[in-house]
Ligand binder design. Structure first.
Ligand SMILES: *Cc1c(COP(=O)(O)O)cnc(C)c1O
Length: 354
């Protein structure tokens, strides 16, 4: 049975659309006129409301702030040339949203309610969807614990919020990345597979240190030996080695990316061998040296397909081919774009029409 959601709507009296500079949209700084909020109280989700974007009153004792019961999702909506608005594979995000919720002892949200909630905000603010190339409306659903209680125990109350805002390209050039051999993003038994807020807090110091050394991103390695490649910043790391697409298998230390899944599906259709397995640092460095590593990129909703320009390991920098000459990642990027912006038929049913 499909549950249909009742959402109360309070429209803003003062749209900020006119004064928004759509030629200057750094990631995550611009928010649309509205947001959706809902409460989890007495064991159920209620009070679904779309209200003007703005501050939310919370107690300073909420356990989200003290113990990190908080997680998020990241999705994009696109406007096609004919005005059609689509959201890319939100059902996948709904599933992952609930995996994150379960790992953090937080309540789940029925898949249809999740999708209807985000679609409602996109619909009300559809004028905010940029139409320029490589631009989209970024959707940020998130949930946090709201009990004003300092005991280390799961909260009984939560808020679900959906923010949306126009974004341009995340990265503008091929990335200089470093293989991290000291810090760890996720360990087995931990919560690397969840989009838990705490995972990103702990990544900031290593990322800043790498930035101080001149790197754009880190490649995370396994917590035990730092010998196997896991992810690239907040994107999945994917490689074309010896003609095969290889990437770390989606286990508990890996965020099971929607973009990763999409790239794998396309590669298989194109007859490319895909290997989801342990990816050793040694084979990647070897491939960079002998030229068998013909493509390397980060895959994520925010980053899209972000080509790697060079990989540094133990103080040595290995340069890869010019991204413009890379057949695979260019084909993936262009195909994804065509599906998202509706210039090619969506034969996979990946576009959810708003
Ligand atoms: C969000 C995220 C990704 C990418 O997932 P998508 O669903 O493709 O956006 C990959 N790795 C990490 C750590 C992430 O947070």
């Amino acid at each position: 049975m499909t549950e249909t959601l009742d959402i109360k709507l309070t429209k803003t009296s003062q749209s900020r659309l006119e004064q928004t500079d759509f030629d200057n949209l750094p990631f995550g700084r611009t928010f649309s006129d509205h947001m959706l909020v809902a409460d989890y109280i007495d064991g159920e989700w209620k009070n679904f409301e779309i209200v003007p974007y703005g501050p939310i009153a919370i107690s300073p004792a909420i356990s989200a702030l003290h113990y990190g019961q908080a997680f998020f999702e990241g999705i994009k909506a696109y406007k096609h040339a004919d005005g059609t608005v689509t959201i890319f594979r939100p059902d996948k995000n709904a599933i992952r949203f609930n995996k994150s919720a379960e790992r953090l002892c937080m309540p789940t949200l029925p898949q249809e309610i999740f999708v209807q909630s985000i679609a409602a905000v996109v619909d009300i603010d559809r004028e905010w969807i940029p139409t320029k190339e490589n631009h989209a409306l970024y959707i940020r659903p998130f949930m946090f614990a709201t009990d004003p209680y300092l005991g280390v125990t799961p909260s009984a109350t939560y808020k679900f919020v959906v923010l949306v805002g126009p974004v341009g390209p995340y990265f503008s050039k091929a990335l200089r990345v470093k293989i991290e051999t000291h810090y760890t993003r996720a360990a087995e038994g931990g919560m690397g597979f969840a989009k838990a807020a705490g995972n990103y807090g702990s990544s900031m110091l290593p990322a800043r240190k790498a930035a101080e050394e001149g790197f754009d991103q880190l490649i995370w390695t396994d917590a035990k030996e730092h010998a196997f490649i896991e992810e690239m910043g907040a994107a999945n790391a994917m490689f074309l080695l010896d003609g095969k697409l290889i990437t770390a298998e989606a286990k508990d230390t890996i965020l099971d990316g929607v973009t990763r899944d999409t790239v794998i599906a396309l590669a298989k259709e194109w007859g490319i061998t895909v290997e989801e397995r342990k990816v050793s640092v040694a084979e990647i460095i070897e491939g960079a040296k002998n030229g068998k590593l013909t493509d390397a990129f980060g895959a994520g909703t925010a980053a899209t397909i972000a080509p790697v320009g060079s990989i540094s390991y133990n103080g040595e920098e290995y340069f890869l081919s010019d991204p413009e000459t890379r057949a695979f990642s260019k084909r993936v990027f262009n195909t994804l774009d065509a599906i998202k912006y509706g210039t090619t038929p969506d034969t996979h049913g990946w576009n959810y029409v708003v």
